[in-house]
Each structure stands twice: as C-alpha cells, then as structure tokens.
Design a protein around this ligand. Structure first.
Ligand code: ATP
Length: 366
C-alpha cells in the first residue's frame, strides 16, 4: 500500500481542513494509507506523534471548519538541508514517500526543493546507516503535489486559491456593518484589509462594497498627487449625494516612490476635507470562520486531484500543484507557477481596477 503524508504550512486559510479531508478520504478510496503531519514542516522534522495515520472517521466534520485542525507553522529548520534530512528520515521510517502540501508559494517551493534533494538525502541516510539497503531501494523517489491555501489569491497560473473567497466574504460582511454606522453619522471609514504583496482582496472588496477609493500594492498612485486626487473624487461623490465614504487600503499599499500609504495617512487626507473619519483594521477576522461553499468545493475537488497526481507522478514528471482555470481543475508545473507569481502580480487585472473606478464614479473617463 502506498503511504501518503499531508500537511498544511504557512498562513492558515479557510478550506484547508476541507482539503485535508478530501486527501484522506480520496487516498483511502485509492487503497492508500494517509498520514497527517501536524504543524507543517516542524512536525515532519520532529516526527513521533506529529505524524499519524488518519482513518475515514478522523476527518469527520472537517469540511466546514475554518483554520487548519492539523496545525500549521513557519519552520526555519526546513529551510536548511539538515532539517530536510531529518524530515526524510522520519518519512522513510514510516514508509511514506508521497507528500501533499497545502500552503503558499514558500511552502510549495520548500516541497519542490525537498523532492529535488531526495536522492542525495536517502543516499546520506544509507551511508550513515540510519536506513538499510531495503528501505533505500523502496524509497528512491519522492512524489509531491501541492494545493494553494492562501486568502490573498496570490498564485499565478491558477484562478483561485483555497480561502480567498471566504476571506473576501468576511471582509464584505464586516464592511457592510461599518457602512451602516457610517451612513447613520455621515462618516468616512478607512478600512485596511490583508494583502502585503497582492491587492486582490482589497480590489474585489472595493467592487463588492462600492468603495469610493482603493489603494493596492500593484498599482501605486503618483506620490504627492494621490491625496489631492482622492480628495477631489470623494468631494464629488459627496456632492453627488453620498452620505458616507469608504476607502479600502491593502496592507501593502504604496505610492509611486514606494512609500507606504497607511490608513492613518488616508484618514488625515479625509479629515482635511472636513469628513469625520474613522479607521478600521479588520485584522485576523479576515482569516477566521467557516469556509464559504466555493472554498469547500475547490478544496474537495483539488484534494482528490492531488492524490491522483502523487499516484501518477514519476521521477521524470515535474512537481505539480493543483489549480483551477476556467472552472476546470488542472495541474500546473510548480516551479513555473512560483516563478510567474514572483514576476507579475497576475491576480490583479487592470480591467477590474478600471471597472471598480467606472462604477463608482460617473465622471470616470480614463
Ligand atoms: P503564506 O502565503 O501564508 O506566506 P507561505 O507558504 O508562502 O504561505 P512561508 O513562510 O514563505 O509561507 O513558508 C512556510 C514554510 O515553508 C517556511 O516556514 C519553511 O518551513 C518552508 N519554506 C518556505 N520557503 C522555503 C524554501 N525556499 N526552502 C525550504 N523550505 C521553505
């Protein structure tokens, strides 16, 4: 029987549990033993009870629970070869030679490095007599596949990441609560949302919640000009009859000189034009709670494909992650996807940005 390990790593995202459930049950359906690895790569290095076999019933209820029940972590030791050597030993000791990783681009890159190094690692374990010839021969190759669990929707070559729509939905709910009080007092609210490098959440929230203005990491406004521009747009909206003002700021928003645009700076600019302004930083509520139906489905479909992927992969096939494109679950070469993610902010489309502006501003004509 094939033995598959599954772990969650990096920042948690709603839907990770649904992905683990799908891997466990799809694996069992394919006559495999599935081992959950607690606390991401830390658990893989620690071994012991951190790596345990999962039964069908162990994942009962996982589908709709937020966060990750098997735990996640950031693990410095796994960045070093010595850490990966110990991880390799712990896997071979249990007869595991397939690994499914649910995490962001860092976690997936780590898995790919681990797979590349595997032949050297097992040779070293044999030479130092930590494993015997039989174990060495039985675990020549490490099969991996990955799923992207990330609220930021920040991976290239896939349309959606697990958790992004749950987070967006939570942001919209929170903004609608804030908007009710803003409307009552005729106030302005500056809402900071997550997204250090990727403004997908901020942009989509600004469309879905009819924000007056949005600041993103990918589309920096001209330094020294953005304050005046924003003020004139918002004054125009107020003259046009809006009783409240909403500005969405991504955590990583910057101007053309790469200076951070903080919610406080935006607030000061709104106070300058006479608006009673409050800042709301949504923080970790954006990560919490039950995944929306889309994330449950995405994670379930991708989990089943991830199992098929590790069972079919050979030493010759490149490491793959499971994506979704045009509503179809697909396999994407891991290295290409990570490289494209670093190169371009593919998730943000200029068209969406212009749509956001054209719908909130009748004078918009750029
Ligand atoms: P998030 O999108 O939430 O930041 P991430 O997976 O990109 O998720 P990272 O902190 O970059 O988060 O990575 C998580 C863990 O994956 C690290 O703590 C480390 O254990 C492992 N990892 C990341 N990059 C590498 C790498 N280049 N080599 C080996 N391991 C890595």
């Amino acid at each position: 029987r094939k033995r598959i390990g599954v772990l969650t790593s990096g920042g948690d995202a709603p839907g990770m549990n649904a992905a683990v459930r799908s891997v466990v049950r799809s694996g069992i359906n394919q006559n495999c033993d599935v081992y959950a690895i607690n606390e991401g790569y830390s658990g893989l290095i620690k071994g012991g009870d951190m790596i345990h076999k999962m039964s069908w019933d162990d994942v009962r209820g996982y589908l709709s629970i937020g966060g990750t029940l098997i735990g996640t972590a950031r693990c410095m030791e796994f960045r070093e070869r010595a850490g990966r050597l110990q991880a390799c030993y712990n896997m071979i000791e249990r007869g595991i030679d397939a690994l499914i990783v649910i995490g962001g681009d860092g976690s997936l890159t780590g898995a790919d490095t681990f797979r590349d190094e595997w032949p050297g690692l097992i040779k070293e374990l044999l030479d130092t007599k930590r494993i015997d010839e039989k174990q060495y021969k039985a675990h020549q190759h490490l099969n991996i596949s990955g799923m992207v669990g990330s609220i930021d929707n920040d991976m290239a070559m896939t349309d959606h990441t697990i958790g992004a729509y749950s987070s967006l939905s939570r942001i919209c709910t929170n903004i609608s609560w804030v908007s009710a009080t803003a409307e009552s007092h005729s106030r302005a609210f500056v809402v900071e949302v997550m997204g250090r490098h990727c403004g997908w959440l901020a942009l989509m929230a600004s469309i879905a919640c009819r924000a007056d203005y949005v600041f993103l990491p990918e589309m920096p406004p001209t330094a020294n000009e953005w304050v005046g521009k924003m003020q004139s747009v918002i004054e125009r909206h107020r003259k046009g009859g809006r009783r409240s003002t909403l500005v969405v700021v991504a955590e990583g928003a910057i101007d053309s000189e790469l200076n951070r645009i903080s919610p406080e700076m935006v607030k000061d600019a709104l106070v300058e034009i006479g608006l009673d302004t409050r800042v709301t930083t949504l923080g970790h509520v954006q990560r919490g709670g039950s995944p929306v139906a889309f994330d449950r489905l995405l994670a379930t479909l991708q989990g089943a494909e991830a199992v098929r992927c590790v069972l079919e992969s050979t030493p010759e096939t490149p490491s793959e992650i499971i994506g979704i494109r045009l509503n179809k679950i697909i396999r994407v070469p891991l290295q290409e996807s990570v490289a494209a993610t670093k190169r371009v902010a593919e998730a943000i489309s200029k068209k969406d940005f212009q749509l956001a502006r054209s719908l909130r501003d009748s004078d918009f004509n750029e």
